[in-house]
Design a protein around this ligand. Structure first.
Ligand code: MEZ
Length: 781
């Protein structure tokens, strides 16, 4: 007994010491870069400095003389894993080898990068050395980090501070305001959990705007509206906290921006829209040696792609083989559907013949995970109700596995494979974080694509520049550039040998949506504000044909209060949907059109998506939903039912029945064929979801080379399009995971063909001229 007690004490003591020493096992102290001890001169001084990072103080220790850094390491930090910690890992080494603090920050981790530089500068100062000798200038010119506010006005001694908090996307946003009765001098966001690359754009841009214009009536950053509004509301609360009247500062004041001069550029390839397709196309065209200008109407890259949550569908990848195959019922159900419902569709029947043969061969000699390009094509065609352009489907599928490898090559790994609606087998490839939890694909991919764009010296991005016209040559047959309007209303002309349209769909343009689908009036949208369909108008104005414009997808799991997309991946991983009567009503992993229609038919046209703690533990995405306040929670099924105001016995029976179906791998109620695991680990969570506009399947007509086609089926010279702005590939209903596949596969093809166009006789004379005159692109106006 006595011994046991001592052993326990020892174990606890070792645990405590280890926890303190290793920072509870999760602290990442990044790289430590140092000269060999013998090379460090005796007059080198070692000192530490601290600066505010994203999640708290970042401390850096530097050993240096007046002109050389001999060692640098981060000794203390609590930055976000895989975001801020990238800067912790990479920046000390970069500073050490450049012997300078004037190094590029790590893309997607700007705040942490700035904090490391600032902490290193503070360390140098405290060592009695001059940080300026190492190229140090504070981020934003005068304050700590642009994202923490930029105190542009001189702050009088009697200015007072106030703090305020408001709800952002992922939790509270807290600000500190420095002001007096007439002026706001500084706004710092002191605490937040907003998404890097989305919410952080608002944190960078909104505070300086409030200070400069001395008003809380400022524009929100499009794509980051919730965070922008949270900052504005928090500033109002802080003004009140400081003892002043927020109404006095809530008045419209004209932005004092002078109209910039008209500007004209010459380049090889101009790409309109810096979402997923645009960035992928830019990277490919740049890697083919061309000069690229990427034009973006918003103040940030990412478009709708940054909101994508699920993943990327790809068939026959080595990552699928890491999974046990349990989806035979799904394959057979799909073959049955093909035979029974699409007997008159020749493409579908040919695919079904091939898949039937492949499936029989696999069953005779199972090897790896069962999937094939033809089964992916069959799923996509049946998902699209046979309305898809089969050539485009084949192009998507045949290039999908290579897309995964290409993404790997640029730093975007998607190796976790899961089940999604309409897919017979596990095919959606997803990123995971350092803890092995699946994360949102868009928030993961977009910063990596952005970094790749920024790393390529032959790509220039023009933000806040709205393209409105494709310029044609005198014959009217070939595109020779674009016209756009700059932020201040100035004309921006870009002459180019190839023009690529990647502006995304029109899911945020509710007038355009209801023009084609009056029945969708009043629906919420999951789309980013930039999804206005501009590219479609520009292309049709020069003769492009469109296809399937009335095919607009609604997604059944959109958070009922905020329109935030709740990924279909939750259902693939085991979640169920119940109505307000506590009953299931559909195969949750059916195609979106079917699940949405069934949900709309339920009382109140909404449902509750139910997950358990086991699912939460495996998914950073669900953890984000909890942090955002989307979930209700109960320690058992009945307790959850009470929270949802559902009859407890009914919900208890529904979930117990469902768990039984999972055990027997058969769902006699709705014929679901994908089961994952039972909902058996407390606590249980529910999110209220409803149907919202998600994807516009119709758009510009293209061929397999992404050339934009006219009504007569011939291409418009030099003009390409990729991603959601195009139509045809998804038919009447897109499968989850096919949008990211679409923008990656067709974005790559567009970039490659736009580049190759410049080297062929087919290229216009403009192409030849610009090709030789390109490098001289000017800096943005
Ligand atoms: O492709 C999509 O739209 C998708 C994967 C959405 C989701 O539910 O996550």
């Amino acid at each position: 007994m006595k011994n046991q007690k001592w052993i326990s004490i020892l174990v606890i003591a070792v645990g405590v010491i280890a926890a303190v020493y290793f920072g509870l096992g999760s602290r990442n102290l990044g790289t430590s870069s140092s000269a060999a001890p013998g090379d460090i001169p005796s007059d080198a001084v070692t000192a530490s400095g601290t600066a505010q990072g994203m999640e708290g103080p970042v401390t850096v220790e530097v050993t240096a003389t007046k002109d050389k850094i001999y060692a640098i390491k981060v000794t203390e930090q609590n930055e976000t894993k895989d975001i801020g910690t990238k800067a912790v890992d990479q920046l000390p080494a970069a500073i050490f080898s450049a012997n300078s603090l004037e190094v590029d920050g790590v893309s997607g981790a700007t705040i942490t990068s700035n904090a490391i530089k600032e902490a290193a500068a503070a360390a140098l100062t405290s060592a009695g050395l001059d940080p300026a000798a190492f190229g140090y200038t504070k981020a934003g010119g005068e304050t700590k980090a642009a994202s923490e506010g930029t105190a542009k006005k001189e702050i009088p001694a009697d200015a007072v501070k106030g703090t305020g908090t408001a709800k952002g996307n992922n939790g509270d946003v807290t600000v500190e305001v420095t002001m007096d009765a007439d002026n706001i001098y500084d706004v710092k966001v002191t605490k937040h959990q907003e998404t890097e690359g989305i919410g952080t754009k608002a944190i960078e841009q909104v505070p300086p705007e409030i200070i400069e214009r001395n008003t809380t009536k400022v524009d929100t950053v499009s794509g980051a509206t919730v965070t922008s509004n949270a900052i504005i509301e928090a500033v109002k609360a802080a003004i009140k906290d400081a003892g002043f009247d927020p109404a006095k500062f809530d008045v419209a004041k004209a932005a004092n921006k002078e109209k910039a001069e008209d500007v004209s550029y010459d380049t090889d390839v101009v790409i309109v829209g810096a979402g997923g397709a645009g960035m992928v196309a830019a990277i490919e065209a740049a890697d083919a040696g061309k000069n690229v200008i990427l034009v973006e109407s918003q103040t940030m890259v990412g478009g709708n792609s940054i909101r994508a949550t699920g993943g990327l569908n790809a068939a026959k990848t080595k990552w699928q083989d890491a999974n046990e195959f349990n989806e035979g019922a799904g394959v057979e159900a799909k073959l049955k559907t093909a035979r029974e419902q699409y007997a008159d569709n020749k493409d579908i029947q040919t695919l079904a013949d091939t898949v039937e043969k492949q499936w029989a061969e696999y069953q005779a000699a199972p090897n790896g995970y069962f999937d094939s390009p033809e089964l992916f094509e069959l799923d996509t065609m049946i998902g699209g109700k046979g309305k898809n352009d089969f050539t485009l489907v084949k192009t998507l599928v045949e290039n999908s596995s290579a897309a995964i490898d290409w993404l790997d090559s640029i730093g975007a790994e998607m190796h976790n494979v899961g089940s999604f609606g309409g897919a017979s087998v596990k095919r959606i490839h997803r990123p995971v974080n350092a803890e092995g939890k699946t994360t949102a694909v868009g928030a993961y991919m977009v910063p990596i694509l952005e970094k790749n764009v920024n790393d390529r010296k032959n790509i220039q991005v023009l933000f806040s520049t709205t393209a409105d016209k494709i310029l044609m040559d005198a014959s009217g047959k070939k595109a020779v550039g674009i016209h756009a309007t700059g932020e201040t209303g100035n004309n921006v002309t870009i002459n180019a040998g190839s023009v690529v349209i990647t502006t995304g769909g029109f899911g945020a343009n509710l007038d355009m949506v209801t023009k084609y689908r009056p029945d969708l009036k009043g629906f919420m949208t999951t789309n980013a504000a930039g999804a206005q369909g501009q590219g479609i108008d520009m292309a049709t104005a020069v003769g492009a044909a469109t296809v399937d414009m009335d095919q607009i997808q609604i997604h059944p799991t959109v958070e009922a209060n905020t329109a935030h997309l709740i990924t279909e991946g939750l259902r693939g991983d085991g979640a169920i949907l119940v109505n307000q009567d506590g009953k299931r009503f559909v195969d949750e992993v059916g195609t979106r059109d079917v699940v949405s229609a069934a949900e709309i038919a339920q009382p109140g046209s909404y449902s509750w998506l139910i997950v358990d703690q086991k699912m939460v533990d495996a998914s950073a995405v669900i953890q984000g939903y909890i942090k955002s306040g989307y979930t209700k929670q109960g320690d058992d099924y009945k307790a959850l039912a009470k929270e949802l105001e559902i009859d407890p016995d009914t919900l208890d029976a529904t979930i117990n029945t469902w768990n039984g179906y999972v055990a027997q791998k058969s769902d006699p109620d709705f014929n679901r064929t994908s089961f994952a695991s039972p909902l058996d680990t407390a606590p249980y969570y529910a999110i209220k979801v409803t149907a919202g506009i998600h994807h516009t399947m119709g758009g510009i007509k293209i061929d397999k080379n992404t050339e934009v086609l006219k009504e007569d089926g011939t291409p418009i010279g030099n003009l390409y399009a990729a991603g959601e702005v195009t139509g045809g590939v998804h038919g009447a209903n897109r499968l989850g995971g096919n949008a990211v596949a679409d923008f990656t596969v067709f974005g790559r093809i567009a970039g490659q063909h736009a580049a190759a166009n410049l080297g062929t006789a087919q290229g216009s004379s403009t192409a030849e001229t610009t090709a030789s005159a390109t490098a001289e692109t000017k800096k943005a106006a």
